[in-house]
Design a binder for this molecule. Structure first.
Ligand code: CP
Length: 314
């Protein structure tokens, strides 16, 4: 694996390999007083975030540190990006400083792919290699989120193949939804999307999933339901139901959660808008895997850095 830009770059064997490495790393660190492996000593990981983040940025930093890599954070506001430096110049500058991996989040869909193309062209001239990880590009993809969601589902349900997973809410603006649909389908799950018609993307009919019109009708048949964040900051003229209408039609209330089978799991990528997308009692209840997702995020990101910087696992 040279870069991680999209879940569509992963076939079932590659995705399962990352999940297995994540599990092994989690086991290796379990109960340790000092959570530190020497695996990436001497390697440099730079996180470059042009959009806000808590979970992804911090967990990549922790993942790097737990594997003894040197980690550096660059944010758009505190760097020369605020003076007008382009994404290309910033990335080539970081690569020239010896970054082994640049983890990038950017508001433009396709930014990570563009960056990887520039870095590869530069590498051909200089003989260096910098791996690019897509930590969320616009409304396009968020591959490590989908991987950590798959790790959590596999941990909670025992398997992914043959499971029915519902993804509910603002699919239109959700890179999490797109990455999850494609990764879960690759791993053999059946995916059902439920969303307000105005918050479904054009072309969703070509995605490997089904669109279900009625959340209450779908819930009893699901093994897991993933609630999405309503991305108010990306709504540019999209008709958006009021918060109250949204909660009534698409929010996971306590009454709605009771329609799920007993074994079913509730996920949310965060940050959660409590009361609208998900009732606090459900978010904090026994079915909720929200904090397990966050914790698995560190191990998945360790696995991704490991596969990218140390080669295939032994
Ligand atoms: N799920 C997720 O990407 O969260 P952050 O925006 O906090 O990184």
């Amino acid at each position: 694996m040279k870069h991680l830009l999209s879940v569509t770059d992963l076939d079932a064997a590659a995705a399962t390999g990352l999940l297995d490495t994540s599990d092994r790393l989690k086991q290796a660190l379990l109960g340790r007083e000092v959570r530190k492996l020497p695996t990436l000593r001497g390697r440099t990981v730079i996180t470059m975030f042009y959009e806000n983040s808590t979970r992804t940025r911090v967990s990549f930093e922790i993942a790097g540190k737990w594997m003894s890599a040197d980690t550096v954070n660059v944010s758009a506001s505190g760097s020369s990006v605020s003076k007008g430096e382009s994404l290309r110049d910033t990335a080539l500058t970081l690569s020239a400083m010896g970054a082994d991996c640049v983890v990038v989040r950017h508001p433009a869909s396709g930014a990570a792919h563009r960056l990887a193309a520039w870095i590869d062209r530069d590498a051909a001239a200089t003989g260096t290699h910098t791996a690019i990880v897509n930590a969320g590009d616009g409304t396009h993809e968020h591959p490590t989120q989908a991987l950590l969601d798959a790790a959590t589902l596999r941990e909670r349900l025992g398997s992914i193949a043959g499971r029915r997973i519902g993804i509910v809410g603002d699919v239109l603006h959700s890179r999490v939804a797109r990455s999850n649909v494609f990764l879960l389908a690759t791993l053999g799950a059946e995916v059902v999307l439920v969303a307000p018609p105005t918050l479904l993307p054009v072309g969703v009919q070509q995605w490997p999933c089904r669109v279900g019109p009625d959340l209450d009708a779908e819930l009893p048949g699901l093994d897991a339901v993933m609630m999405l964040r309503v991305q108010a900051e990306r709504m540019h003229g999209t008709f958006f139901p009021s918060a109250r209408e949204y909660a009534i039609g698409y929010g996971l209330s306590t009454a709605r959660a009771a329609l799920l089978p007993e074994h079913a799991v509730v996920l949310h990528p965060g940050p959660m808008v409590r009361g609208m997308e998900i009732a606090p009692a459900v978010a904090d209840g026994p079915r909720s895997a929200v904090l397990a997702q966050v914790s698995n995020g560190v191990h998945i990101r360790m696995a991704v850095l490991y596969h990218l910087l140390a080669g295939a696992p032994q």
